[in-house]
Design a protein around this ligand. Sequence first.
Ligand code: ADP
Length: 466
Amino acid sequence: MKKRDTVLLLGIFSIIILITIQVVIITGVWREKDEMFNLRYRVFSQDALSNMSRKWSTDGFDTARLLISRYSEKAGKEISALKDDSAIARKKRDVLYFVTHVLDKEQDLSQFLSDYFEKQGIEKNFNNKIVINYFELIKGDTTIPIYVNRAFAERRMLTKENEPPRRLKPKRISEIFVKGDRSEDNFYRLDFEYFIDFTDKRHVILRETAAYLSMSIFSILVVVALFLVTYKNLMEEKRLSNLKTDFINNMTHELKTPLSTITVAGKTLEMAQIREDEAKVLETAKMIGKQSIHLNQLINMILEISMWERTQFQIDKKKVNIEELMNDIVTSFRTGCNNCSSITEKYNFSSHDIDIDVVYFTTLMNNLLSNAVKYSDRDPEIKIDGSVENGKFIISVADNGIGISRNDQKRIFDKFYRASTGNIHKYKGLGLGLYYVKKIAEAHGGDVSVTSKPGKGSIFTVTIPY
Ligand code: ADP
């Protein structure tokens, strides 16, 4: 696995662990808050209940019990008179519905609790819930079972003879048990429980845990951001180190070619039969001269760039006629190039003079022209255009070469950058030519841009203000 992938995997793994830990912590905090909430309301409810019985000598269900008792007397008689099983079952359902309804609606406990909570300054809006454990009608010596809560019945079976069956646990965790009641008179026997349930509980807890939540989300975001920055830096470092390696390889290759030509030429000159042929000597000497110039140019380019890194780019501007300068540059480029039959020029500079460093500008143009020739796999056709627009000289060099992919277009002006096809030694170079072009254009207050289509060609446009 690549180092980059390992770092990425490790980072993602650590972030997942961090998020898991945060989720566990938050869930813990949430549960604790939830329990605290329930406990608080349980305590306040018990307080309210004892307050109620002290003040009003009631638990709030007296009216309900009276209504149930009256209804039970009547219902007991009615059921005893029924013979049909399904009619009996229907009546029992009606009785249960009535009892639940009365317990729910004809009680004062909910109102009292709500007022009490309000006085305490805590959330007062809740729903109440009645759970009937069992209900039976009594008619003389007989009892008519109406309903037994299954869970309650199971518990009753598990408890000992004289012990009352244990209370039901609230079904939903948000329900809070307030009161259980067992009552009995001549006409009925009833056991029920009263719960309260806060619909807004989630919001209350969310409000209380907001600080924890936002802190943990913030810490996760910080860690993710740090990871992304570190990863990006690592990638950038890797890219630079790759560029450096490529540059060293390319430079070695670039320097070795003229050097080996010079070595071979030197060896050739040592041969007696060559020395006798004056034309051959002259040709070899010329070759040595040409390669030395090339070597010198390469070394100068590298030295100059390293000097730019340390000092400000110094240019020495002079007013020149731009059209004449362009003609000179292109003519001498044509002379030194043996594959440049088709270079066309079209200028419309309206006889403006340009304030420019002639040496650097010549290098800029030469770099663009030699790239136009170099990055072509057919006979190069180069078109040079020059015009003046909005206070700027606009010079473009268009070729019919291999073109540059969209991705590479963003990078080609970077130092040492070579498009991937350039790195295989088919096209020689150091990845410095366009960096040079950009630096020179910028030093003149201008810029350079590229438009290109792979396989079709490229257009480099230099703008320099006058
Ligand atoms: P070098 O030519 O030494 O590689 P440059 O800085 O001049 O360095 O160019 C950078 C890269 O831009 C080149 O490697 C090449 O891939 C691409 N490039 C530059 N000019 C052209 C062009 N005219 N056509 C196609 N590709 C080009």
